[in-house]
Design a protein around this ligand. Structure first.
Ligand code: TXA
Ligand code: MG
Length: 359
């Protein structure tokens, strides 16, 4: 049985969250909204509880979980702050969609959370429901996205229900999430002889809600390196989760990229027509500006090219929509990789299993 609590997203009352908080304290698994996507939470110190996250999601055990806190004062018991640079990032972006990977304090968190690494990813989410729930639970909350492994991340409580009902103890329904893509995961590596004050390298392990340009503005002396953009295929990813097929609808998806928009649209249509002639049920993922130009069994508009934040917000629901429409063949139109576009394209490449046509 999975309990569902509907709560006010903006100013949830403490008593609305009391049952969910108690469930977390008692070792249960509870999904809750954050500003990025819904997370599936459990007390990060209780191994049985954390194990239930992995089994509910069908998540490989070598993929570590992000630990969520409600207050910066909780950092010290869990991790070591290596110096001023990371503190400046937290000043700039917490609470918010930034996860920092830090050396872990041994012996507090369940070893399942860190998947055997000597680091832990910490995040303070910018959502009143998440913050109140974590504070009321009184423990660090391990929470991966609340989807079955491999499925698009959930941006509405209904998505969590679709994937996980009967497998988890509760869902706090605080309405749709804001950003729509997961947090940016970063790790700061001080330069030799640097005491962590900012001349080191900031690795982006997973692009997300905070853009590379925002990180550069916050740490102007550091080198900001986007590992996900230059990943050699045979190189082990630094964020273990980045190596798995992710965010994928059930139909086979191909991403079409490059050239002038007319060329891309012409190629998308050719692929759709050929697939239709083979008897496939076809889907197209595109933007408001181009929706009228494509013919398919299911045309999904994820947002507007003029405002990529709307695309981030709508992407995962659009991907799930292909499954509802029973589509077997999907083409997706690429977007510019500027700002949040880098994170959108990272997710599109993964959803397409790296099937990319360049025109
Ligand atoms: O926005 C988000 O980050 C959401 C919400 C719920 O907070 N959470 C989320 O968690 O996306 P998850 O588990 O789906 O993705 C966590 C990512 C994975 O790619 C994982 O490999 C990486 O963070 N990660 C976690 N701990 C790490 C560590 N110690 N070192 C490197 N990567 C780590
Ligand atoms: Mg995930």
């Amino acid at each position: 049985m999975t309990a569902v609590w509907k709560v006010a997203a903006v100013s949830p009352q403490a008593e609305e969250l009391a049952d969910a908080a108690r469930m977390l304290r008692e070792g249960g698994t509870v999904a809750f909204p954050t500003e990025t996507v819904y997370g599936l939470g459990a007390d990060a110190r209780q191994t049985d509880a954390v194990m239930n996250i992995f089994s509910a999601k069908g998540r490989p055990s070598d993929n570590p979980l992000i630990v969520h806190i409600a207050n910066r004062s909780q950092i010290g018991e869990l991790a070591v702050l290596p110096g001023e640079a990371v503190s400046r990032l937290l000043d700039a972006f917490w609470p918010g969609p930034l996860t920092v990977v830090l050396p872990v304090v041994p012996g507090v968190l369940s070893p399942l959370v860190t998947a055997g690494l000597n680091t832990v990813g910490l995040r303070m989410p910018d959502h009143p429901v998440a913050l109140q729930l974590i504070a009321a639970a009184g423990c660090p909350v391990a929470a991966p996205s609340a989807n079955r492994s491999g499925r698009p991340s959930p941006t509405q409580a209904e998505h969590v229900w679709e994937d996980l009902h009967g497998r988890i103890d509760g869902i706090v329904d605080g309405g749709p999430t804001g950003v729509g893509l997961e947090s940016t995961v970063v790790e700061y590596v001080p330069a030799a002889g640097d005491d962590g004050c900012g001349q080191g390298v900031l690795h982006i392990l997973r692009p997300g809600g905070i853009t590379a340009a925002q990180l550069r503005r916050a740490l102007p002396e550091a080198e900001v390196r986007d590992a996900s953009a230059h990943q050699e295929p045979d190189q082990a990813p630094r964020a273990p989760g980045m190596k798995y097929t992710h965010y994928a609808p059930r139909g086979v998806m191909t991403l079409v990229q490059g050239g002038a928009p007319e060329q891309v649209l012409a190629r998308l249509q050719r692929e759709l027509d050929e697939a239709g002639a083979r008897g496939e049920r076809t889907g197209a993922l595109t933007y408001r500006e181009h929706a009228g130009a494509l013919r398919a069994d299911h045309v999904a508009v994820c947002g507007s090219l003029g405002d990529l934040e709307t695309v981030a917000h709508g992407l995962y629901a659009a991907l799930r929509g292909f499954d509802e429409a029973g589509v077997s063949f999907i083409v997706a139109e690429a977007c510019p990789e500027t700002g949040i576009g880098a994170a959108i394209m990272n997710r599109l490449r993964k959803a397409a299993g790296n099937r990319i046509i360049r025109v």
